[in-house]
Each structure stands twice: as structure tokens, then as C-alpha cells.
Write a protein that binds this ligand. Sequence first.
Ligand SMILES: [Ca+2]
Length: 308
Amino acid sequence: MRIPVIIDCDPGHDDAIALLLAFASEKLDVKAVTIVAGNQTQEKTLNNALKVLSFAGVNVPVAKGDDKPLMRDLIIAPEVHGDSGLDGPELPESNLKACDMLAIELIAKVVRESDKKITLIPTGALTNIAKFLLCYPELKEKIERISLMGGACFGGNWSPAAEFNILVDPEAADIVFKSGIPITMSGLDVTHKALIYDEDVERIRNVGGKVAVMVAELLDFFAKFHMDMGFKGSPLHDPCAVAWVIDPSILTTKKLHVDIETKGEHTLGATVVDYYDVLKKEKNVDVAFDIDRERFVDMLVEAVKYYN
Ligand SMILES: [Ca+2]
């Protein structure tokens, strides 16, 4: 029985690969893809998602979200993802179109009509997910779990204390983390171990076929930024959140209490993880700390084969 999921993303190189991993998996049934602003503007992340899905021959309802976070101006990441948000491969215009509904309306429709509980996989800022929970509180009980990419127990990547996705919309993250829905958090603690090295990229390229080549070209571009930062490979953040739903044994997690910092002068957007259980509060998040990297890479290689 496939696990019904909705992916909420901001493609983004690692988002694109997360989408391809999800659609290739026989374990998942991707009911919808919703788009959030983050790595680039809403218009660009929507366009990128449609192009990638169309190029891969996937047909799924896609809906766009808001242009900006709940209460703040948008932060984007052209340093990492380029001006288009998906620089690297030349992709043709999409045959797919976004549906007329907004992201939260599409999520609500899928959740309402599903017999089974839905797992949400957000790989961008949590704007759409928070808004969905605020607007449709009656549907909360039909969410099985949220497997998200975001946050970190130790350190940040967009400020010393904060990871990008949470920093973009901390108020949204606060709503989601307080929702009571079970959460699996693939933060920097694990995604910085989900490294793709040059030889792994060549393995993917050697699979052959247009999707494998596109993924290799995405990774070629993604590597440039990370090499300059001193990484020995590219951390594939977003696919971790999908990989865990496909096979939870691929990540090692620890159940902990996590709060979101929404006010700090130096710590805005931090996921404050109570690693030593100082507060004795309810443990609301399964925080991922480790990954079976070899198996993760094998999973990605198998996924691109699916499209041949
Ligand atoms: Ca993302």
C-alpha cells in the first residue's frame, strides 16, 4: 500500500531531486505538489517545479502559494541556486500548468478527499503548511505526519543560529512545530552528512537518459557553491525528507522537544532543540542526526533509472 503524500517545495536544486526521488518510489503516492517562495520568488519556484515535472513526464496537480512569508519580506538564495532558482541544465518550457486553486486549497482538497491520512513533505519555508493548518483546523487530524527539511540542532547555514527554510518564515515554523502533528525534522545535523561526491554524480550521469543527465547537471551547479564553502560534496538537504518517508531506517532520529525562535536578535529562526531534555516538555519532533549515506546514494541512483 503506497503512502499518500503531498510535497510542498521551492525548487531549488535539491527540491527538484527530492521531487524526482518521490515520483520514482513505489512506496509513495504523490497526490499533489504545492509551491512556496524561498530559494527564489514564487513565480520562479513554480516555473521550476512545472519544468522539472514536465521534463520527467510526471503529471500531478501543482498549485502555487503566496508570494511572501506570513509576516515578513521574502529572503531568497540566488547564491546557492542561481538567478532562475534552478541554474545549470537547460530545460524546455513546461507542458504542465498550475491548477486554479491556491496551494492551501489544493492541500485541503487532497486531505479531505483521501480515505487515508496524508503525510506532508515540506522542503521549503513552512508558509503554506502553517496557513493550511490555520485555515483548515478540522483537517489536522487527517495529517499522518510532517517530514520536513529544515532547522538544525547545532548551528545554522543562513545565520550562525538559523537554517534557511526556518529563517525565511519563522512564524510559520512556530505554528507547525506547535501543531501537535508528529514531525520528522531533517535539519542540517543530518543533511550535511547527506553528501553527494563527484564520483556519485558520475554514477548518476552514467545511468544515461535525459533525467539522469539533468540531475547530474543540477548537481554540477550545486557543487560549485558548496565547494567554495569548503564542503567535500554537496549536501542534498531536501531529498532526506523524502528518503525518510520511503525508508525510515535510512535516518537515525532522536525524539526531542523543539521550539522555534521568532524574536531573537542573533537567533531568529533557530530551531531550539532541547537535546538534554532540560525543560521536560513534550517531545514533539523526531530530529534526524545521521544517515546511511551509501544507501541514500544508491536510492538516488535507482530513482533516476526509473525515468528511463
Ligand atoms: Ca527547498
